[in-house]
Design a protein around this ligand. Structure first.
Ligand SMILES: Nc1ncnc2c1ncn2[C@@H]1O[C@H](COP(=O)(O)OP(=O)(O)OP(=O)(O)O)[C@@H](O)[C@H]1O
Length: 656
């Protein structure tokens, strides 16, 4: 009995899908070789077990085709005579009666004449037995990606915030995350919720992954923020822990900015604007402001003004003045003014909401891949307190950013792509830790990032599994913003001064391990290791760790000098050649340094490097990126393992 599509499918236990295969034009076994994994769902092959079976089958068919092609060289293309259906190696024993399977005689003939299949060396029963071994369902393995503290090149942190941390609102920069519930449409689509919020500061993304051998596993990404709001959190609750302290700051004469960031449909507008029944931060803030003003007796009562405009494709439009084009200009003191911006005095929450709803109606909207009513612009609401002389006595910005989704999610038209580019430029123009440096958004908000201003970013995330990638991007971005907290970021891009000379030698920065009462690292240089020529060793508290690594490469790294004053440290390009041919992607670096220097160094190390640095004993950090091993470390492995920082599981986690 010769092979057919049906038999192939049946051999791997997928015969129930036969009709589906034929309905999409896959009528012969040989057609299977053209299938890719993207086709599997179309064929109704969804569960992991079936996917594995089909994958094995496709590989087998491909291999057979290959054999056939090779055989042509030997003159095998002389007809089908030599490859009869009686060729025992191709037979499928115990199959159904062929007649029941093939209604179409031509099809059968075609299948039988398929030389590649007929020249098969392995019986299909082998596939069958492979498939049988797959029968016992295995639990999906779960791995957790290790994270770091400190600057980590865009990777999120593992370490929970310090226990004595101040309340998010009391910080000058706070980064919060809000998860929304699954929408009805998502539920109908059968989407699963991939986010859990085990504590008020932690969110975990359970990313479903598929390894190269098609086994499925879950990769857990754990992130810590100043505040994490679960789906059950109300706007009121979010307000209390995000905008409320900013409003208090404003009422004391300060400047504050509250951003909502995230993928389209993640809940930014819901958070900022809300609805009549669930007022958002705008309304709650203004309610607070009026409540405060009504209870505070001043000689000259303060007045509340609002302005509302959008930044769309790099242009400013007044949402309270028929979308009049606006221009941001800097005066001689480098203060940015938005020329012609209309501000409206409001005297109650309802008048403010009326003004906002007028503005929202004219805001640029489009249909994003995710949200049919997607805001395609950044909306900036400014609330100002002014005294009777029109002097500003407090100012607050609410920024509802346009969706941060990947370009591939947006419509393919040029307009959307331009918007996407501008949005990304605005949000990610933060090279050198100077956020929003190049964009109109930066320019407009520049004033809000300097001095004693307070900033709160709310990263909105969608729970559905289809949004996992965007959700991770949002969280990684938020994580980077969080890193700015420790280095004078969001302060006009100027970093806080340290006592270190920027001209300090790179060797000094990287190779000298800081000692502390509990950490006496004696040797940090491979040259000083005292071990064999190939090993680097570091001793600490009498214990010595050796790592058989490449001294030559390290010497090259040592010879790199830090960039001069004002530059960003050793540049990435300088690392690349040094690592060339030395297994790039599997390197680690130790730096013992103050925060700023650590940032300079880690910022210069390629993404794929593993970095371990210890600013302080308690703050040993390990930055892990996929497919890496640690090259050199300053602390005993056992200790790292105790702290769950062992480099060993890295490969296991990322490549189970
Ligand atoms: N916390 C929440 N609770 C209940 N529903 C929510 C929540 N957040 C968002 N939603 C709902 O999800 C949908 C999308 O939310 P929203 O319009 O706020 O997204 P968005 O991030 O502003 O999108 P875009 O950037 O495209 O404008 C809305 O129907 C909204 O009511």
């Amino acid at each position: 009995m010769s092979l057919s599509l049906y038999e192939c499918l049946r051999a791997v236990g997928l015969q129930r899908h036969y009709a589906r295969f034929t309905s999409v034009g896959i009528c012969r076994a040989a057609h299977l070789s053209a299938l890719t994994m993207e086709d599997y769902p179309i064929l109704g092959i969804c569960c992991m077990e079936d996917r594995t079976r089909l994958f094995n089958l496709v590989q087998m068919v491909k291999a057979l085709d290959l054999e056939y092609e090779n055989s042509e060289d030997y003159g095998a293309d002389s007809g089908d005579e030599g490859y009869t259906a009686a060729d025992s190696s191709f037979s499928y024993v115990g199959g159904e009666d062929e007649e029941n399977v093939y209604n179409d005689e031509n099809e059968r003939g075609a299948a039988e004449n398929r030389k590649g299949l007929l020249r098969k060396k392995k019986p299909l029963t082998e596939i069958s037995s492979n498939a049988a071994s797959e029968h016992t369902p295995k639990p999906t393995p779960v791995y957790e990606l290790m994270r770091t503290a400190g600057y980590n090149y865009g990777l999120p942190l593992t370490s929970p915030p310090a226990p004595n941390k101040t309340r998010p609102g009391a910080q000058r920069i706070s980064v919060c995350v809000r998860k929304r519930p699954l929408t009805r449409t998502e539920c109908k689509r059968g989407e699963t919720d991939v986010l859990t919020t085990p504590s008020e500061e932690c969110v975990i993304v359970h990313e479903s992954k598929e390894a190269v051998d098609l086994t499925q596993y879950i990769l857990k990404h754990r992130f810590y923020f100043d505040q994490v709001f679960g789906e059950e959190s109300s706007n009121e609750e979010v307000y209390q822990r995000t905008a409320y302290p900013l409003v208090q700051h404003m009422l004391n004469g300060g400047k504050a900015t509250c951003f909502a960031y995230g993928q389209t449909g993640a809940g930014k507008t819901h958070t900022m604007l809300g609805s009549p029944v669930r007022p958002g931060l705008y309304a709650l803030a203004v309610r607070e402001i009026f409540a405060h003003l009504s209870t505070t007796h001043m000689n000259s009562p303060l007045l509340v003004y609002v302005s509302f405009f959008e930044i769309y494709c790099g242009q400013l439009y007044d949402l309270l003045d028929h979308r009049k084009r606006l221009f941001a200009r800097e005066d001689g003191l480098k203060v940015v003014h938005i020329v012609g911006l209309r501000d409206v005095r409001v005297d109650s929450v309802s008048s403010l909401m009326e003004v906002i709803s007028q503005g929202t109606e004219v805001r640029t909207q489009g249909v994003s891949g995710v949200n049919p009513l997607s805001s395609r612009s950044h909306a900036l609401l400014q609330i100002q307190l002014r005294d009777a002389n029109q002097q500003i006595a407090g100012r607050m910005w609410f920024v509802d950013l346009a969706g941060s989704e990947r370009a591939s999610d947006t419509k393919e038209d040029r307009q959307s792509r331009m918007e996407g580019a501008e949005i990304n430029q605005s949000l990610l123009a933060e090279q050198s830790h100077t956020p929003f440096r190049q964009s109109k958004l930066t320019q407009v908000l520049k004033d809000s990032f300097v001095g004693d201003s307070m900033t709160c970013m709310i990263a909105n995330i969608s729970p559905g599994h289809l949004a996992t990638e965007n959700t991770l991007n949002t969280l990684r971005y938020a994580d980077r913003v969080k890193e700015l907290k420790g280095q004078g970021g969001l302060r006009g891009g100027r970093r806080e001064k340290t006592n270190h000379s920027p001209k300090r030698n790179f060797q000094e920065i990287c190779l000298q391990t800081k000692t502390s009462p509990s950490c006496n690292t004696n040797k940090a240089s491979p040259g000083d290791s005292g071990g064999s020529g190939d090993a680097w060793s570091v001793s600490r508290d009498g214990k010595e760790e050796r790592f058989g690594q490449d001294r030559d490469t390290h010497e090259k790294l040592r010879s790199l000098k830090p960039a001069g004053e004002g530059e960003e440290g050793v540049r990435r390009e300088e690392w690349r050649p040094a690592m060339e041919g030395k297994g790039v992607g599997r390197w680690a670096w130790v730096a013992s340094t103050e925060t700023e220097q650590a940032h300079r160094i880690t910022g210069a190390i390629p993404d794929e490097a593993v970095v371990l640095y210890n600013r302080h004993t308690e703050e040993e950090t390990l930055t892990v990126a996929p497919s890496l091993t640690v090259l050199w470390m300053s602390h005993p492995v056992s200790e790292l393992q105790q702290n769950n920082l062992s480099p060993q599981p890295v490969d296991n986690q990322t490549r189970p």
